[in-house]
Design a protein around this ligand. Structure first.
Ligand code: PAF
Length: 253
């Protein structure tokens, strides 16, 4: 696996990559788990080469504490990437991605203002900005995102359509542990009791109970609900457990 911290070194390599070879990209903030690996395996199946990016994007964290506490596991991430036989890893420096006096951001003013956007102001602005930058750097044929972050994935898909970006956005179903909890880098920060509560939330979301009833049950378990909503045929939830914000979604049962 070739590792690039320098954007220009990556771009020179990208220029030299034969136009006959297709490239797939999987964007991550590190702390890799099976959810990320399944995206990478799909990319490897569908493309000649796969690029993974690791960049803990500061502009999508509304809370400095959350950014500081975000798990950083560089060594084990690199081991996993080697095991999956990833071709290229791009891990750019923050100052290269956001140079001084860079005042450009990508905004969406509708869906990004709902659900997670309500309690995390500017979060999707940060996500769409970094994804646009990384899509332009990667110049990939395909980019892979998990449906666990459904709102994010749909916004990215819409952005590429609206701006006629050439990369095809491919969504991958949520990967769950056998107990039903959606894999997330944040799960590692949960205590045993916290994890039980998180599993309760994941299971409850898929039941036929009404939104009101679910909220009530979560509160009885001492779980703070950020939102629980149904939009169209989809159900979305976000909760706080031990100061950790967890999200999940599913088709409306
Ligand atoms: O889903 C994530 O890990 C991040 O939001 C992404 C897409 C890598 C952008 O920083």
């Amino acid at each position: 696996m070739k590792v690039y911290n320098d954007i220009n070194a990556w771009l020179s390599m990208r220029k030299e990559l034969s136009t006959h070879l297709s490239l797939g990209v999987v964007m991550t903030m590190g702390a890799l788990h099976e959810g990320h690996l399944s995206l990478m395996r799909q990319s490897k199946q569908e493309n000649d080469r796969t690029l993974v990016t690791i960049f803990v994007n500061p502009t999508q964290f509304d809370n400095k504490n959350d950014l500081q506490k975000y798990p950083k596991t560089w060594e084990s991430d690199c081991d996993l990437l080697q095991q999956v036989e990833i071709d290229y890893l791009l891990a750019p420096r923050v100052s290269h991605i956001y140079p001084a006096h860079d005042y450009f951001y990508m905004n969406e003013n509708h869906f990004s203002q709902q659900l997670c956007g309500l309690s995390r102001p500017n979060h999707f602005q940060g996500v769409l900005t970094i994804v646009l930058k990384l899509l332009n750097l990667a110049q990939a044929q395909r980019a892979y995102f998990g449906e666990k972050d459904y709102q994010q994935a749909k916004l990215i898909q819409k952005m590429t359509q609206c701006f006629f970006l050439p990369t095809q956005i491919i969504l991958h179903p949520t990967i769950r542990d056998p107990d039903g909890l959606a894999l997330s880098s944040r799960n590692t920060r949960l205590s045993e009791t916290g994890r039980e509560k998180a599993t309760f939330f994941a299971r409850l979301l898929k039941t036929e109970k009404s939104v009101l009833n679910m909220k009530h049950q979560l509160e009885l378990e001492g779980i703070q609900v950020d939102y629980l909503e149904e939009i169209g045929q989809h159900r979305f939830g976000a909760v706080w457990i031990e100061d950790i914000r967890l999200i999940d979604n599913c088709a409306k049962p």
